[in-house]
Design a protein around this ligand. Structure first.
Ligand SMILES: Nc1ncnc2c1ncn2[C@@H]1O[C@H](COP(=O)(O)OP(=O)(O)OP(=O)(O)O)[C@@H](O)[C@H]1O
Ligand SMILES: [Mg+2]
Length: 363
């Protein structure tokens, strides 16, 4: 998992804000230091975190045009264990002001975040539904892009524009920008089209498609009206569990990558010719290079007691419940073997009967 992740897709209503808010809350529940940035003048992520967008003293728009620093505009959210850089309709005026700038307008967010980046383990940016100057600012600032996609007709349309923009930004100011992953959202396994589009996504993006699938779930839809992520609204709902599973998948991916880097370093060391040293009595001893221990990934502590669930090619299910621990104690899933298979949880909160192999028993 990269440190600064833009949640982007210029298509509207695909679940960007729902993903940004609920993933931020899930990562915060694993005791990571999380900042959520609302970069959409609709201010949905702001409201979804329980901050009244019409009463903002300062927002991300002020930060972008230099009226204040990021630190001055960030709002702590103690009940969620994270922080928010909020937005409202003033961000539209800020964007217009950005467009009049001739130099460095696409770098404004990146520069503004520099002083605060190290204060957070993860920063998530909720982008607007457009490939505009705000989204460009997010992509220039980000390490990676998470693309939520609703598995419906036209889902792939427009994706090439997003990928093209990512490539342009890579070729110019942000060569390290990666695709963090493609996330299937609002998934309804009873819908044949959903399954078809899902397999198209797998064909196009391969292992960049997250195994976790976010089901269509009423708790996810209603939680914003309570100004809460689903984890605080109904922590046992399939929606809340699915986003916990996504957080777990991202954390495990990062740990796997760190292990691969350590293994590669060990292999490189071992490839150096064995040190041959003469011992005191003239015998020759071979000191093969010892393999390096795998260091824990920087700034991403391994959860102490994983207790949640991840779905592998399946949606999270009730029986994969994260136990009765309070949200602040929820941990990401343990590294469970991944299972292929179609998603098959129905939408209703009650009575969902997972198909065999879907349920995860908390570790
Ligand atoms: N998994 C889900 N299950 C049910 N409803 C969902 C789910 N995800 C999102 N929704 C609902 O779908 C609508 C669109 O979601 P959301 O606002 O997250 O999309 P968005 O991509 O941020 O939209 P926009 O492009 O306007 O910013 C919202 O009403 C939201 O509550
Ligand atoms: Mg949105």
């Amino acid at each position: 998992m990269k440190r600064l992740i833009a949640v982007a897709n210029q298509k509207g209503g695909v679940g960007k804000t729902t993903t940004a808010v609920n993933l931020a809350a899930s990562l915060a529940a694993t005791r990571r230091r999380v900042l959520l940035i609302d970069l959409d003048p609709q201010g949905n992520a702001t409201m979804g975190c329980g901050v009244e967008k019409y009463q903002l003293e300062r927002g991300v728009g002020d930060v972008l045009v230099g009226n204040c620093s990021a630190t001055e505009a960030i709002v702590p959210l103690p009940t969620l264990g994270m922080a928010l850089l909020p937005a409202n309709q003033d961000l539209t005026a800020a964007e217009v002001q950005l467009l009049t700038m001739t130099v460095g307008r696409e770098m404004r967010l990146r520069q503004a975040l520099k002083p605060v980046r190290d204060q957070y383990d993860v920063i998530l940016i909720d982008c607007p539904p457009a490939l505009n100057m705000l989204t460009v600012n997010a992509l220039v600032a980000a390490d990676s892009v998470l693309v939520p996609m609703q598995c419906e007709y036209y889902a792939l349309e427009g994706l090439s524009a997003l990928v093209g923009t990512i490539e342009q930004i890579r070729a110019s100011v942000n060569p390290d920008l990666e695709i963090e992953g493609v996330l299937r959202t609002m998934f309804d396994p009873r819908n044949n089209l959903s399954n078809e589009v899902s397999s198209q996504l797998l064909t196009h993006f391969g292992d960049k498609v997250f195994r976790t699938i976010i089901p269509r779930n009423v708790r996810l839809a209603e939680a914003p009206s309570f100004g809460k992520p689903a984890l605080l609204h109904d922590k046992d709902s399939r929606g809340a569990l699915a986003y916990l599973a996504l957080a777990g998948e991202m954390i495990r991916r990062e740990e796997d990558e760190a292990q691969q880097v350590a293994a590669a370093a060990a292999a490189a060391t071992a490839a150096v010719a064995p040190v041959v040293a003469a011992t005191a009595d003239g015998a020759v001893a071979d000191f093969a290079a010892a393999p390096l221990p795998s260091p824990p990934p920087a700034s991403v502590p391994t959860p102490a007691s994983p207790s949640s669930a991840e779905t592998a090619g399946t949606v999270a299910t009730e029986s994969a419940a994260a136990d009765d621990a309070p949200a602040s104690e929820l941990q990401p899933a343990a590294a469970a073997p991944l299972q292929p298979g179609p998603a098959s949880a129905p939408e209703s909160e009650s009575g969902s009967t997972p198909a065999s192999g879907e349920a995860r028993t908390p570790a």
